[in-house]
Design a protein around this ligand. Structure first.
Ligand SMILES: N[C@@H](CCC(=O)N[C@@H](CS)C(=O)NCC(=O)O)C(=O)O
Length: 222
């Protein structure tokens, strides 16, 4: 097995990498790692103690790379087809902007303010802070959703009307939003709601969502 991805796919960043690999049609092995209680050998390959890390066993050691954006860029160089980054220099940079926006602003609101409270706390058998969730839903996320709705316009995808790393990066964050029991309000953000459904319907996303949803549903029912 040439590619190993360390980290569970409930992490939006691990899922981002797994979706990119699925889109490329490449085989991969996924190994679960709890970043909050990592085994010592994981610390040696993840200086920031974060998931994901990729190992490419085709490459002589050191053969690991941390960080989803670094990993996706590497995958693009190693497996250029189908491309996940636009060829045009400006469009490529714009796709990377949406990747950055998703990885920073979207992640830092949906993650700690919603997914952590509703899913991770449940895993830790702790109650969720619904006051924080309401603040996230009512104050933090609306301006982000307004921006995404405006940037989408009439397009099916964020950049160049072609599926790209921008869509993987935004799409993965909305999987965590839905795992937290939420849906984009189609009355307020019709383009974004339709977009999320369209991106999540791709086989690359469906494979992850189907597997994770079973776990999340069992967790909620417990
Ligand atoms: N910029 C990193 C972010 C990765 C990240 O924050 N991963 C989280 C899980 S979703 C993590 O490992 N957190 C553990 C920690 O921060 O200690 C990437 O794109 O891979």
């Amino acid at each position: 097995m040439a590619l190993i991805v360390y980290g569970g796919t409930l992490s939006p960043f691990v899922r981002k990498v797994m979706v990119a690999i699925a889109e490329k049609g490449v085989e991969v092995q996924n190994e679960n790692i709890n970043p909050f209680a990592p085994p010592p050998e994981f610390l040696a390959i993840s200086p920031l103690k974060r998931i994901p890390v990729l190992r490419d066993t085709d490459v002589p050691e050191p053969n690991t790379l941390p960080d989803s954006s670094v990993i996706c860029d590497y995958l693009e160089q190693k497996f250029p087809n189908p491309p996940l980054y636009p060829k045009d220099a400006f469009q490529r940079a714009r796709a990377m902007w949406f990747e950055e926006y998703a990885d920073s602003v979207v992640a830092s609101n949906i993650g700690p303010g919603l997914f952590f409270e509703r899913v991770v706390r449940k895993m830790m058998q702790q109650p969720s802070n619904e006051e924080l969730c309401s603040k996230t839903l009512q104050e933090k996320l609306p301006p982000i959703f307004d921006y995404l709705e405006k940037e989408l316009g009439e397009n099916a995808y964020f950049v160049g009307n072609t599926f790209s790393i921008a869509d993987i990066s935004v799409g993965t964050m909305f999987v965590n939003f839905e795992h937290a029991g939420e849906k984009v309000d189609a009355a307020r953000w019709p383009k974004l709601a339709a977009y999320v459904a369209r991106i999540h319907a791709r086989p690359s996303f469906q494979a992850m969502i189907a597997k994770e949803s079973k776990f999340v549903q069992r967790l909620r029912a417990a």
